[in-house]
Design a protein around this ligand. Structure first.
Ligand SMILES: NC(=O)c1ccc[n+]([C@@H]2O[C@H](COP(=O)([O-])OP(=O)(O)OC[C@H]3O[C@@H](n4cnc5c(N)ncnc54)[C@H](OP(=O)(O)O)[C@@H]3O)[C@@H](O)[C@H]2O)c1
Length: 272
């Protein structure tokens, strides 16, 4: 039976490099079946073509997935297909993400960024989780960022709302909503929130994954930063996409010695 790996936002940049590195690094057994997911089928198809001849006995198929689909329909369709074809997901690599290019910060930018990086990614994880639970050694690998480091929140009391050991999903959602409301009212700085839509979306995603790790001890659940990688998102980045793929690929394939609920960078656990 194949090991099924789903990679989101895999039509280019770090996501495509993750698929390429999985093919390079995975042993021949078990055979991999990788879902290269893209929100746009023609971009996904072109990415698939670019990997032709590099499969090394593994299989790469196109998966259609719009992580920003608020209705959740896109994730449900992918789940139904996987349920029929594979019955399980061994590894879900949540890589798709967005960032604005300028320093502007307002409620509109916040909503746009959170829609994919937090709410959409969370919805995809929640939808696919029942299939992940069916795998013998299941893993969730989520690409966040060093920008989502907990120290982004300078106010200790506000920070604790994301980092406390017994954080619940409801508490996390309430904190995120209060942050958004404070931005709408223009009071966020006074209330101790930072001025970063991208950083806060990734910090929130880290907090969500770590609470999931406590809730699902049988699943290996880790998050990581790929480093500063030269892509459309970060044109001045210094790493190549293949270098950026190293940590997520390690989390997907290597023996992690049971480590779960941690944030990784440069293939090592780092304090979050
Ligand atoms: N580059 C860096 O230095 C850096 C640093 C830290 C963390 N990261 C994180 O690494 C991940 C990959 O970033 P990257 O640098 O490779 O960015 P990128 O070049 O902008 O690629 C982003 C990928 O996500 C996809 N995507 C965006 N919105 C989507 C949606 N609604 N549904 C499905 N796919 C969607 C894009 O698809 P389209 O082609 O259709 O837009 C693309 O495949 C992101 O989570 C990012 O936050 C990057």
């Amino acid at each position: 039976m194949s090991k099924v790996i789903v990679v989101t936002g895999a039509n280019k940049s770090i996501g495509l490099a993750i698929v390429r590195q999985l093919l390079l690094k995975a042993p021949p057994n078990p055979r991999l079946k990788i879902y290269l997911c893209s929100r746009d089928s023609s971009r996904g198809q072109a990415a698939l073509e670019s990997l032709k001849g590099q499969e090394k006995g593994h299989e790469v198929v196109l998966g259609e997935l719009d992580v920003g689909d608020e209705s959740g329909e896109s994730a449900r369709r992918l789940k139904e297909r996987l349920e029929k074809e594979d019955g399980k997901i061994d590894v879900l690599v949540s890589n798709a993400g967005v960032a604005t290019s300028g320093p502007d910060f307002n409620r509109e930018i916040l909503d746009w960024t959170f829609a994919v990086n937090y709410h959409g990614t969370k919805k995809v994880i929640q939808t696919l989780l029942p299939l992940v639970e069916k795998a013998p050694e299941p893993r969730l690998v989520t690409v966040t960022s060093m920008a989502g480091f907990s120290g982004l929140i300078k106010d200790e009391k506000v920070r604790e709302r994301f980092t406390k050991e017994d954080l619940t999903e409801e508490e996390l959602e309430t904190a995120i909503q209060e942050f958004k409301d404070a931005v709408s009212k223009g009071t966020w700085e006074k209330e101790g929130w930072p001025s970063s839509a991208y950083g806060m979306s990734k910090l929130s995603l880290n907090a969500y994954c770590f609470l999931l790790a406590r809730k699902y001890p049988k699943i290996s659940i880790n998050t990581c930063c790929p480093g500063w990688v030269k892509t459309d998102m970060a044109p001045k980045g210094t790493k190549t996409p293949d270098q950026g793929a190293q940590t997520p690929v390690k989390l997907a394939l290597d023996d992690l010695g049971g480590v779960t609920g941690k944030w990784w960078q440069d293939e090592r656990v780092k304090p979050w």
